[in-house]
Write a protein that binds this ligand. Structure first.
Ligand code: PPS
Length: 299
């Protein structure tokens, strides 16, 4: 795909409200096919607010299921082709729905950033397993800011303080972080097939989180294999790996910021001013006052 002159390299998409959520056309162009997507009972949906650890968990799951059975996948197929991004309709690759429909694997691993109320209903009807990953709001904001700077299929983020204000107001593609993380958290009460994970837990102890994933999925992966996977999904190793670092997708400019940027908990301290932090905390308390969901901003 290298060398493709992607038109949006030069023009950023407009953000508009769609089904009550700020969106860009890349995620709404294929809407009818997305909403009519036919999930299968063994599909696994990896759901996140953008920048919460989607790629990390996608790779964990890919290795757990297919690491041994299909070694050629690991060297020739980028993660975004192995784990289709359901709502995406980018000109450079087939749509997420086409990729998912044509996946030869069982189970199919499918990624989405859609808020819970917009997930195609067949996933719930088929009682699919859903792995949701959440990341604390401050680090999530920082990561999203740098992503918008370097990714030409996202709207221009402006400077950090502009971005942060918009983020607090929920004016980001895929809508407010607060509603997204709480939406899936509440969904757990009615739908038990959700494994709710935290980015901070994965940083603290990746092996333990691989273990928990295995229990949720009913996998009896041998411990040496789990240890190997834990090493393979380490930040440094994924950053070096061209199949997981997004270097082959020509919509991102790594000279501005790499996809595998820092992978840390607490980088928000390098971005938030004291005043921004105080305002954020106050606003956060109000937005999150009705939920039992708790996050760590340090580990
Ligand atoms: S996306 O575009 O929404 O799919 O992005 P997503 O994969 O959800 O999130 C990207 C951030 O996750 C970090 N990342 C990791 N951190 C630690 N270890 C591993 N293995 C790892 N893989 C991805 C990535 O660096 C982005 O976070 P920041 O803070 O920007 O570095």
């Amino acid at each position: 795909m290298e060398g493709i002159d992607f038109p949006s390299m030069h023009s950023r998409p407009e953000m508009f409200e769609f089904e009550g959520i700020p969106m860009v056309h890349y995620f709404t162009d294929n809407w009818e096919n997305i909403q009519n997507f036919k999930a299968r009972p063994d599909d696994i949906l990896i759901a996140t607010y953008p920048k919460a650890g989607t790629t990390w968990v996608s790779y964990m799951l890919d290795l757990l299921y297919f690491g041994n059975t299909a070694p050629e996948r690991q060297t020739s197929l980028p993660i975004y082709m192995r784990v289709p991004f359901l709502e995406s309709a980018f000109p450079v690759i087939p749509t997420g729905v086409e990729l998912a429909d044509n996946l030869p694997t069982t189970p199919r691993l499918i990624k989405t950033h859609l808020p819970v109320q917009l997930v195609p209903k067949s996933f719930w009807e088929q009682n699919c397993r859903v792995v949701y990953i959440a990341r604390n709001a401050k680090d999530n904001a920082v990561s999203y800011f740098h992503f918008d700077r370097m990714n030409y299929v996202q709207p221009e983020p402006g400077d950090w303080s502009t971005f942060l204000k918009n983020y607090m107001d929920g004016k980001n593609v895929f809508g407010p972080w607060y509603d997204h993380v709480c939406g899936y958290w509440e969904k757990k009460n009615a739908y038990s097939n959700i494994h709710y994970m935290f980015f901070e837990d994965m940083v603290e102890d990746t092996g333990r989180e691989v273990e928990r994933l295995c229990s949720f999925l009913g996998l009896s992966t041998p411990s040496e294999e789990k240890e190997r996977i834990t090493k393979s999904v380490h930040f440094d190793s994924m950053k070096q790996n061209n199949m997981t670092n997004y270097s082959s997708l020509p919509v991102m400019d790594f000279k501005i910021s790499p996809f595998m940027r820092k992978g840390k908990v607490g980088d928000w301290r390098n971005h938030f001013t004291v005043a921004q932090n105080e305002q954020f905390d106050e606003h956060y308390k109000e937005k999150m006052k009705n939920t039992t969901l708790q996050f760590r901003t340090e580990v």
